[in-house]
Write a protein that binds this ligand. Structure first.
Ligand code: SF4
Length: 103
C-alpha cells in the first residue's frame, strides 16, 4: 500500500483508516496491552468504547456480543483511559509500541 507523507499533508487528500495507520510505525508483541471487561461491555447501554478510539481498536463481535480488541492498531493516545470505561490499558513492553515520525 504505502502512502507518501507529503500527500497526507495536502488538505484535499482523503485517506482510509488503514492508510492513516500506515503512517505510524508500530511494533507489537503477541501480548495485548489492552484488556476489556467483557461483562461490563455487554451491560453498557451505549457501548461508547466502539466509537471513541481514533484507531478503531475496539470492534463489536456480533456473534458473541463481545468486544474485539485489535491492540496492534493502538496509537497510544490515551482516549480510552480518559473515558474510564471498562478498558484497562498499560504501556506496551519496552521497545514496543508506536513511533511517530511526523508530529
Ligand atoms: S490508547 Fe487510543 S488508540 Fe489506543 S486503544 Fe485507547 S483510544 Fe484507541
Amino acid at each position: 500500500m504505502g502512502i507518501n507523507v507529503k500527500d497526507y499533508l495536502k488538505p484535499h487528500v482523503s485517506l482510509s483508516m488503514n492508510e492513516r495507520l500506515d503512517l505510524v510505525r508500530r511494533r507489537f508483541t503477541d501480548e495485548s496491552h489492552i484488556a476489556v471487561d467483557q461483562e461490563a461491555f455487554r451491560n453498557d447501554v451505549d457501548r461508547a468504547v466502539l466509537f471513541i478510539c481514533p484507531a478503531q481498536v475496539f470492534k463489536l463481535n456480533e456473534d458473541e456480543d463481545s468486544c474485539i480488541v485489535n491492540f496492534e492498531d493502538c496509537l497510544e493516545c490515551g482516549t480510552c483511559q480518559v473515558a474510564r470505561r471498562y478498558t484497562s490499558w498499560r504501556n506496551p513492553k519496552g521497545g514496543y509500541g508506536v513511533t511517530y515520525r511526523y508530529g
